[in-house]
Design a protein around this ligand. Sequence first.
Ligand code: SF4
Length: 369
Amino acid sequence: MPRHVYVHVPFCARRCSYCDFSIAVRRVVPVDEYLGALDTELRLRAPQTPKTVDTIYFGGGTPSRLGGQGVARAIELVSRYFAPAVDAEITIEANPEDVTPDAAEAWRQAGVNRLSLGGQSFDAGALAWMHRTHGPEAIASAMEVARAADITNLSVDLIFALPAELRRNWQSDIEQLLKLNPSHISLYGLTIEAGTPLGRWVDSRITVEASEEGYAEQFLTAHSLLTEAGFEHYEVSNFARPTSKSRHNSAYWTAAPYAALGPSAHEFDGAARRWNLRHYAAWRDALSEGRDPGEGSETLSAENRVAEAVYLGLRTTNGLQTQSGDESVIAPWIREGWVTLTNETIRCTPTGWLRLDALAAALTHHRSR
Ligand code: SF4
């Protein structure tokens, strides 16, 4: 049985310019309707004898838009089927402006012990360009409010590789974040997705994607500044203080089974993936008719499993155990300084992570022959 549960909460106040996630833009969040559908999905699909789990992660969308009581009720529903262990990690993703004293207090009382804040930047112009709903000062304020409510395990997301014309000062953003002393930091390079406002701006040449050199320079700058400040760069996009690695995400990176609920949620039982209907209304309507909201499933082939093991191994500092013949494949990468080989474990260096897809493809090709 899975020891980890993901719950997708799709609501957002508006769509960010770069976002192609499964979201539902709502000025007023239909909390009761969502929780009713979640309750039905749990009754249909969850184990009917409660199972103990180590992590519960509410992602989105913006789970904090459920408010203090909405999140508390969601945790209560999920816990009837997936009982959190005494030391379970319970995370919610939050936008800074939703972290009010009342909400934070309700979240902590309900068991939330980790917040993942969508900060993205401390540059007011960049935040406006991203269509974010908060200003730079809201990030510090949210962290202060969370700490006052005794939620101290705080992760902050930042986006890098913004278009050069925004003149965003990446180093300054990292330094400002370090002053707030988060326990965990996730960094994501901006990607241009078709169908988003940003995709259209790029198509019509209103904006220009950051160069590969700019992307690499910012990634390596972040690595230097954050590791000097005592963070471990433990996964390609994630940095943590020594005791603050994300336990939930680490389960994904070790291919552990996890359950998943909510629109577009993907789950994995150790051999197969299964995913729900992508759109909120379709998921809700299926459940209101008593139907399974699943949209598809896929059993991993032997080749898929090899590819996944290689990719997951290379993306964290745990690394990948070598197999026969790997040495000849990675020898050029070692010479370039892109991977290391110690104790029969292959690990990417930061410059290697910039080439992760190519490295994973070469090793997968070799292992699949
Ligand atoms: S808050 Fe997150 S999920 Fe919502 S639109 Fe913005 S990036 Fe997408």
